[in-house]
Design a protein around this ligand. Structure first.
Ligand code: TXA
Ligand code: MG
Length: 378
């Protein structure tokens, strides 16, 4: 698509009048960026082809990557039957265990950052699900997303409001940077509370639950509800940039800054110079650390490289992984805009809480450079 660089989007406070305007635009087949508790999404009516086409074109998203459908909390009382009534989920196709697990997860985690992949009804356009027989659904808990859903009266397809493969937006200004030249409105809901995307799980035909994307709800919390370890989806996740059949959007390279970004094999104070990408020797480096003191990180970097110029950003000095997740994408974006020539990050070594999701995002954000630590950039 041809796009100009003129920023035409407007950031709107979520007043009742602005919510009414946004809802009207969506009813007319348009798209609006909305805040959710995870990241900002680009929302359009899932049952309108014009809206779906606009979403894919604005994001430059490949058609193989299906969208998540967002539903109003008004349907919470009705559970799965209400999702059937909304023409989304083919409930008769569910086995007894699938039904039981889905209901339990809905009651426990909705509204919130959990996306369920379930058999779809024919009414859901193939464009939204990339031709898959399933549909991904979530009920966001951000009050502005809920207010918009209630006004629209239709489920909203909403991928993260960034260009395909880029860092996800957690502030209205991030959406402006990504899509400001190609959408009209961004609803301002402030900084996102969780800061990375929802956990995506599929309810497999026999009822087992499989993890497709780690995210805002830790795996262990889901396992406690279904009383079983999460399985691997029927088709395994991708290991290259070729999409997996289980979750086509889980490409290996994703959430990427524009500068070369390398994931270090361990904390800086345990490394030797030979483990660093060669580019580090001749560059101003932006170093991302997950926890610990920033001064100590600068000192460790000096000891390791003997070079002084480094810009360090720490996600959570106290090692709180909820805080680290909240800061992750905005800090990556900040380093990407800094004077640094290349970016490196310590890995997230904790599997507790949101540690798994942070580790996943860091790995994918640096995937383009994963095998190139010998020094060649793009
Ligand atoms: O937190 C979130 O989930 C955010 C906010 C805006 O709600 N949305 C989001 O959407 O992260 P997106 O489009 O960036 O990621 C959707 C993910 C992709 O990995 C896609 O492959 C997967 O969900 N997905 C969607 N439908 C699917 C399906 N039917 N089967 C398997 N995976 C599916
Ligand atoms: Mg995304």
């Amino acid at each position: 698509m041809t796009v100009s660089n003129v920023q035409k989007a407007r950031i709107l406070l979520p007043t009742p009048q602005n919510l009414d305007r946004a809802a009207q635009a969506i009813r007319d087949g348009g798209v609006v960026a909305m805040p959710t508790e995870t990241v900002y999404g680009l929302a359009g009516d899932v049952f309108q082809m014009d809206a779906l086409t606009r979403i894919f074109r604005s994001k430059e998203r490949p058609a193989f990557d299906p969208l998540i459908v967002h539903v109003s909390r008004r349907i919470l009382d009705g559970g799965l039957l209400a999702l059937n009534g909304s023409k989304l989920v083919n409930t008769p196709a569910l086995s007894k265990l699938a039904w039981q697990n889905a209901e339990r997860l809905i009651q426990r985690f909705w509204p919130g950052p959990l996306t369920l992949v379930l058999p779809k009804m024919e009414d859901v356009p193939d464009l939204a699900t990339a031709g898959m027989p399933t549909v991904a659904i979530r009920m966001p808990r951000h009050p502005v997303a809920q207010a918009l859903l209630d006004r629209c009266g239709s489920p909203l397809a909403a991928p993260s409001a960034n260009r395909f493969g880029h860092i996800s937006p957690t502030l209205p200004g991030h959406v402006m940077e990504e899509l400001g030249d190609r959408i009209d409105w961004i609803l301002d809901g402030g900084p996102c509370e969780i800061g990375l995307e929802s956990t995506v799980i599929s309810i497999e035909p026999e009822g087992q639950v499989a993890l497709l994307r780690p995210g805002g709800i830790p795996q262990i919390d889901i396992e406690m509800v279904v009383s079983a370890p999460l399985g691997i989806p029927s088709r395994g996740p991708s290991v290259t940039n070729i999409p997996s059949l289980a979750s086509p959007g889980m490409t290996e390279s994703h959430y990427a800054p524009s500068k070369p970004f390398f994931l270090l094999p361990g904390p800086v104070n345990g490394l030797v110079v030979a483990q660093l990408p060669e580019l580090v020797q001749s560059s101003l480096v932006g170093l991302l650390t997950v926890s610990g003191s920033t001064d100590a990180a600068i000192e460790n970097w000096r000891k390791l490289t003997g070079r002084t110029p480094v810009i360090v950003r720490t996600l959570s000095p106290g090692g709180n992984l909820t805080e680290a997740a909240r800061a992750l994408f905005s800090t990556l974006r900040e380093l990407d805009h800094s004077a640094a020539d290349i970016l490196v990050s310590e890995p997230c070594l904790s599997d507790e809480g949101l540690g798994h999701a942070i580790a996943d995002r860091l790995r994918r954000a640096s995937a383009k450079f994963a095998t190139r630590s010998s020094g060649k950039s793009r």
